[in-house]
Structures are given as structure tokens and as C-alpha cells.
Design a protein around this ligand. Structure first.
Ligand SMILES: [Zn+2]
Length: 221
């Protein structure tokens, strides 16, 4: 990953929970998905523990792919939030601070959107997808100047929220010809091939999964 993009995001170490939305109107009037049981109103909410910062573009380059492949229903989204935090799609009205809770239907709509795009990429439709990306997807970015204690100043482009960071991953996948593969053992996705630091023969997200897989194969004899 080159140095132009910088993104830090936060995860509540106390975890997240699903809470009913009560009588709030749905966030999306006509959801693109049709399962009635998931359209119903609920939120994913922070529990309010201390925050842990991480850099998704560096530590989770396949995050957009993982997100695009999440199954329907609250549990998968909750698992995602517990590991990677909220999407940053909700803002508190006056402070501009990220909200503590986000609508489940908005999450599902987003998973659906990412799913459409990666299916197009995988079917080799990259040029059409690139035009659609520019026309319809508007990831939110800002520009910062990194000031180290010594040495030269550097320009950084920074996504505003996790959703925008994942769209940036998709845009880079479209333009860099980076390929992604799902780990044989867990739901994670990782880049492979030239320029990624990972061989084309790599099939696991990391040593933990590779070793666990090998142990299991040995047991099965
Ligand atoms: Zn894995």
C-alpha cells in the first residue's frame, strides 16, 4: 500500500449490540433487498467501552470483499462491527461526530451495493464498473498534511469513514488489477499477486489459519 492514503478507524472494545428501532421510520424507503424479516427496524449500537484504533487500509486490505460477502441477518453484521467498528454512515446532527448507532437496513443496503459491484468486477466487467463507480459512488475523503517531528511534510488523502475506506479499496482493486481471494478457513479476504506482497499460491489469510488447516488435515489423515 503506498503512502498517499491514510485512514484510522475505531472499534469499541466493549463491543456492539442489536437494539430494536421502536417506531422510528425505516432509514431507506424502498430497500433494494426484499427479505421482510431483515427490513424490520433495528440498530447496531456501541456499548460504550474504550476505543481501539486501527488502520483498515493496512491491516485489512480485503475488508470491502469481506463486507460484500456478509450473509443476511443481524448476527453477521454484529460480528463485523465487533471486529471492525461501525461504518460511519450516521452522524450526530449538530456535533458532526460519528453516531453511536447505525440502522440495520442501511447496513444491509450497503452490503447489497458492495455485492453488486464485486460481482461485476469478478465477471470481468471492470470498465463498465469503473464508469458506474465514478457516476454513482461518492466516497467521502479529505486531505491532510502529515507533520512528523522532523523530516518532510507529506500529503495524505484520508477517507472520512469506514464505508468510504472500503469504497476506496474497491476503486483501487478496479484500477490496480489487484486480485482478492477468500481464505480457505475463515471469512477473511486478502490480496494476492504482483505488488501485494502475497504469492498467487497463497490460500490463507495468515499463519494462524494455515497452521490450523494443516493440523486439521493431519488429524483427518
Ligand atoms: Zn483465515
Amino acid at each position: 500500500m503506498d503512502d498517499l492514503f491514510h485512514f484510522e478507524w475505531q472499534v469499541d472494545q466493549g463491543g456492539y449490540e442489536i437494539v430494536p428501532a421502536g417506531d422510528d421510520p425505516p432509514a431507506i424507503e424502498r430497500p433494494a433487498f426484499e427479505d421482510p424479516h431483515i427490513v424490520g427496524g433495528w440498530y447496531i449500537r456501541r456499548k460504550g467501552g474504550p476505543l481501539r484504533a486501527y488502520r483498515p487500509l493496512e491491516s485489512a486490505p480485503g475488508l470491502a470483499r469481506l463486507f460484500a460477502s456478509l450473509p443476511r441477518g443481524p448476527q453477521a453484521l454484529l460480528d463485523f462491527a465487533n471486529e471492525f467498528g461501525l461504518l460511519g454512515v450516521g452522524r450526530r446532527e449538530h456535533s458532526g461526530e460519528p453516531a453511536w448507532e447505525e440502522r440495520g437496513d442501511r447496513w444491509h443496503e450497503s452490503v447489497f451495493g458492495f455485492g453488486l459491484v464485486v460481482r461485476d468486477i469478478d465477471s470481468g466487467n471492470k470498465r463498465a464498473m469503473a464508469s458506474a463507480f465514478t457516476k454513482y459512488v461518492a466516497p467521502r475523503m479529505t486531505v491532510r498534511i502529515e507533520v512528523p517531528p522532523t523530516g518532510r511534510l507529506s500529503l495524505e488523502v484520508a477517507p472520512i469513514d469506514l464505508m468510504s475506506a472500503m469504497w476506496l479499496q474497491i476503486a483501487r482493486e478496479i484500477t490496480n488489477e489487484t486480485k482478492f481471494r477468500k481464505c480457505l478457513r475463515c471469512p477473511k479476504w486478502f490480496p494476492y499477486g504482483p505488488g501485494t506482497g502475497h504469492k498467487a499460491t497463497k490460500h490463507f489469510c495468515g499463519d494462524t489459519c494455515r497452521q490450523a488447516w494443516n493440523r486439521q488435515k493431519k488429524r483427518e489423515g
